[in-house]
Design a protein around this ligand. Sequence first.
Ligand code: SAM
Length: 217
Amino acid sequence: MLSWPGLCREGEAVYRGGRALPLFTEGHSGLMHNSRPLTEQAHRYLARYLQSGDWALDATAGNGHDTLFLAEQVGPNGHVWAFDIQAVALESTAQRLRAAGLEERVTLIQASHARMLAILPQVVIGRIKAIQFNLGYRPGGDKRLITRPETTLPALTAACRLLHPEGLISLLVYPGHPGGAKEYQAILAWLEGARLGIKRIDGCTDQSPVLFLLSHH
Ligand SMILES: C[S@@+](CC[C@H](N)C(=O)[O-])C[C@H]1O[C@@H](n2cnc3c(N)ncnc32)[C@H](O)[C@@H]1O
């Protein structure tokens, strides 16, 4: 079992099966206890990867804050695909996009993100620059409708196939709500086997959300 705090200490080499695991080090510790909301930090990292004309994917549209952010970043020539299982989430997202005049840049899909590879056009495989997962339940919505490891892990595997070689996956995990700890543990186990560059940013307590930034390099 990898020790995550050890994994993320700055400058520490991490080996998995004899192979060095590349870490993001951008002049600061990989393990950070930050005061900025992790949602905002996710956007700041993704913004570094996204350019006008790029393709992006929101795996959990929810109330559309992340979808709107991605739509803004990709500009008029880019495109965003956004998944959610709940119609009410996609309605909320559509409303937010309409208010910003950006609905043309986004395709909303009511389906599980586990099916993204089957649903999205083949042409996007290996070409999506930014993929966001913001797990848990929809704020203001039904707290029983949470993301679950049975679908989150296949979706993460699919996301790795869709990701551009120079792209970034942002994965925000919430261990603190009912069902969240189980999903968090499943994700840690999945990350151990994933051949990805991993940066981890922690909240302040064991129950706080955790942000993982994943890339192919
Ligand atoms: C924390 S919310 C997302 C917040 C959102 N990104 C925003 O900016 O408002 C999590 C969302 O994941 C959705 N969800 C749960 N299981 C899902 C699945 N299998 N596929 C796609 N979305 C799912 C929920 O319906 C909920 O709207």
